[in-house]
Design a protein around this ligand. Structure first.
Ligand code: UN1
Length: 495
């Protein structure tokens, strides 16, 4: 099947007429051919978004919300088909693929509701017969650049708030999951989104994204992906509003008094769910000495028992990594860890299933200490580094020592320790007695330090990137009243 770009409400070939393939990482079979958009197509897509902007901006937000509501309903109808395509294209197991789509459904309904809120505020003003208020305005054409690991959920955190606010969009999904992205875009068309409000361009290589980021018609760039690309975007997007969501090196802290079975289950899920390819995945276990030997033993047994395979088969626990390059990168990190003195407690090698696919054994690296590369760098695969500490203070210091600051978690049954951890962990997301993954869409999502550039997605906070504040003063006194100057005179006259 051949998937086409979506520009100005039309499904189109790229201007060069070329296509690129996408492969199932579990079977190495081709999933789809996708029309390759070129830098030249960026102009057409931005133009289409600019043309659609005036009418979309003036569409009452509750009407925009009704369209989003319909997108949510359609997504629910197409959930299974989208989830299956998603699993085939990027490998995560079907239950998780359904969760990926569900996150977008939740976001569609949440932001549809914003159509009747988009709250601004009023405040008292300092002069008589005058009124003041602040409202959120849309900004214009927004460029969205998204990764393959959550091919529907992550784009939905950007698309729905951007649309409800009245912006128009050019979206460049990852070239690893373009068919899923284009199937998602079709749902917006079906739901009656006006032509040109959402445009989608797919293509491999950096040129397409670069042209989009540099385009003078683009006012906002919202990016989720690698640290390297995010930094490059920040450099090239001078003068535009830029939101970056990049890496993580998320830690779970386990104290001696933790609920043991719960901790084992949660660590396994956070470290190896989505084959470790979540920016929220747990990649550091920081464990108090007393519980460490028992915990490692239980984790090793559970890790070895995880079944690798095609995500479409419900008997499998862990799908493939995204491609051969990822498999090789992860293997290199295991070698680095060994050189640094870490010991492989479970897993440690690339694998195939029935002779095919880009799998990697879920891996535990023991004997890791703060400052090792496997403790600092994001591996983005099923690798968990284990560090031992004396207690909470040391655990928090190591957790916070990371160049990243997305998610962290603490397992303890002592409420005092839990609240100290909540207060002192400096990540954008903190969990108590739950792993580092599983953020809900009504709360801000994002991280401190090198994870981002200070923005948050989702929740009310997600509207910030896609709106600008307009302060409005209405003077109904019929005369010139000068703020900060006549205010003094009025006060003086009164005394
Ligand atoms: C990501 O890995 O980019 O909190 C997003 C979570 C998911 C989203 C992860 N809801 O793990």
């Amino acid at each position: 099947m051949r998937y086409l770009s979506f520009i100005g409400g039309q499904w189109r070939e790229g201007s060069g007429g070329a296509a690129f393939p996408t492969y199932n990482p579990a079977t190495e079979e081709k999933v789809a051919d996708v029309a390759q958009a070129e830098a030249a197509d960026v102009d057409a897509a931005v133009q289409a978004a600019q043309n659609a902007y005036p009418a979309w901006r003036l569409t009452p937000a509750p009407r925009r919300g009704e369209i989003l509501q319909r997108v949510g309903e359609r997504l629910r109808e197409h959930k299974e088909a989208l989830a299956r395509l998603l699993t085939q294209e990027m490998g995560k197991v079907l239950a998780e693929a359904r969760g990926d789509v569900q996150e977008a459904i939740d976001m569609a309904f949440y932001m549809a509701g914003e159509g009747r809120r988009l709250l601004g505020y009023t405040a008292p003003v300092e002069l008589p017969d005058k009124f003041g208020m602040a409202v959120r305005d849309p900004i214009g054409v927004c460029a969205l650049i998204t990764p393959w690991n959550f091919p529907i959920a992550v784009p939905s955190w950007k698309i729905f708030p951007a649309l409800i606010a009245g912006n128009t969009l050019v979206w460049k999904p990852s070239p690893e999951s373009p068919a899923t992205a284009l199937a998602f875009a079709r749902v917006f068309e079906e739901a009656g989104l006006p032509a040109g409000v959402l445009n989608v361009l797919c293509g491999p290589g950096a040129d397409l994204g670069r042209a989009l980021v540099a385009h003078p018609g683009v006012r906002v760039i919202s990016f989720t992906g690698s640290t390297e690309t995010g930094r490059a975007i920040a450099r090239e997007a001078a003068g535009k509003k830029v939101s970056l969501e990049m890496g993580g090196k998320n830690a779970i802290l386990v104290l001696d008094d933790a609920n043991f079975d719960l901790a084992v289950e949660a660590i396994t899920w956070s470290a190896f769910g989505t084959t470790g390819q979540r920016c929220t995945a747990c990649s550091r276990l920081i464990v108090q000495r007393g519980i460490a030997p028992r915990l490692k033993e239980a984790l090793a047994a559970k890790t070895r028992a995880l079944r690798l395979g095609d995500g479409l088969d419900p008997a499998n626990d862990v799908g493939p990594v995204i491609n051969r390059a990822a498999q090789e990168r992860i293997a290199r990190y295991i070698a680095v860890g060994r050189q640094e003195g870490a010991r492989v407690l479970a897993g440690g090698a690339a694998a195939s299933v029935n002779g095919r696919g880009f799998f990697f054994q879920p891996t535990l690296l023991d004997g890791v200490t703060a400052g090792m590369r496997v403790e600092r760098e994001e591996i983005f695969g099923p690798v968990l580094s284990i560090l031992e500490v004396a207690g909470l203070d040391e655990a928090v210091a190591i957790a916070n020592g990371s160049p990243y600051g997305l998610s962290s978690s603490v397992f303890t049954q002592d409420v005092n320790q839990a609240f100290r951890a909540i207060r002192d962990l400096t990540t954008g997301i903190v969990y108590v007695n739950h792993g580092t993954t599983g953020a809900e869409i009504q709360f801000p999502f994002g991280g401190t330090r090198g994870t981002g550039n200070g923005h948050r997605e989702a929740g009310q906070a997600g509207l910030e990137v896609f709106t600008e504040w307009k302060s409005i003063y209405v003077d109904f006194s019929g005369r010139l009243q000068r703020a900060q100057i006549d205010t003094e005179a009025i006060l003086a006259a009164e005394h």
